[in-house]
Each structure stands twice: as structure tokens, then as C-alpha cells.
Write a new protein. Sequence first.
Length: 248
Amino acid sequence: MEYCDGGDLWELNSRCLKHGARIPKSLVIHIFKSLVTALAYLHHGLVFLPNGTTQRHFLPASPKRWQTILHNDIKPENILLRWPASASESSRFPEIVLSDFGTSGIENKVLGPRGTYRYAAPEIQEAFDLRTSLIHHLNFKSADTISNGIICTTKSNIWSLGKVMQEMMPEYHKVDGREIEKRQGWWTGLEEIYGEDFMRWVRKCLGSTPLGRPSARELLEKAVKETREDGEDTGEQRGQNLPKWVWG
């Protein structure tokens, strides 16, 4: 992997929280779109073209069918930031790189719960908890059943995406995360900051059940088009409008 000189998203978010600052809305949405693009490729082999359309890619070994790839550990520490190498490629914001495929695998071949508990979907956390409880009670046979079951899905990856987006919002760190869904005012306040369309998609990603979450295809074809970055035509370069401490 190429060197990512912007560090990772966890470091960026930590610096902002330390200074009582907010990651700019346009950067948050840029990160969202970049991760959606990455997941659409992993899950469906789809590439978002500059003209706003999508194109299907196929692996050489499977020219007629895309093999769905699950990442299974989407979290801020695995999201790297890299500035374009040349001036001609300069951008307002760094490129977003989804890294660490150590727990990844082909759909329906990934066994047991995987990933980091904090960023795991509810059904994955439930499997982690149940397996731990069974082991604690020495019920190893049942624990092995969970370890050898198919639990991770594309929709569990989508929930992790929503969780990462949520954690980039300072307000999230001021309340009990488990109570957020009960606080409509919390979401309404964020809609005023980040935009109604963007927050609507984040909430969909955080659906309590896999069936209620959008696919990466839907996010790519709808959310990316509906969500707009403020000031994307202002000519800002390489984040120069942000305090230097933001980039370390």
C-alpha cells in the first residue's frame, strides 16, 4: 500500500475533539461518498464514473459474476487519508483509503462474527456476546456453532459505515450513544448542520435490522447523487482553509 501522509480518520477526529472543533461538513460528506464508492466496488463491482453513471467490473477469475467482498472491520483507524502526489492532482481534501483487509472475505464464506465490537452491527455484537456467554458457561459446542455460522453480510458493513459517520459528529460524544435513537431532537439538530439528505442516509445505514439498511448500490446510485458538498466549487486547495493542527 502507498504511504498515506494524512494519517487516519481516528487521529483526525481526535484532534478535532481535543480542540473543540468540528470536522467540516464538506469533508465529512467527502469521506462518506468515498467510503460508499469503496463499498459499492467491494459488494457489487460497481464504479462511479465522472458523468454520474455507474459501471460494472468483473474479476478475471469470474467474468460473469462478481464475487461480493466483505470488509468486516470498517472503523476510523482503518480509514486512511492521502494527499495526491502531484500538483495537477491537488484537491480540497485528501483521498480516502479503506485499509486493513485482515478480516475480509468472500460473502457466504466468512464464518463467525468479525471486526471491532464498537463498530460492529447489532447482529454481529449479539453474536459476539452470545459466543462469549457460551464460552463463559463452558458450552463450547454451541460457541463453535456461532464461530462457524454465516453472520457477516454486506448490510453489517453498511451499519459500520453509518457508525463511522456518526462518530465524526461532536454531538455524538456528548450523549449516551444508546439513547440517540430516542432523541429525535438530536437528529433534527444535526440535519441543520449536515443537511437533511445526508442525515437521512446515515440513519438508514444505522437501521437496527439488516433488511432496513440500504445496499451499497443504493447508496452509490441515490445517496451520492442526493448529497451535496458545500463549497465544492470554491477552488479551495488541499484543505488550506482548515487550521494546521487538523492535519497533525
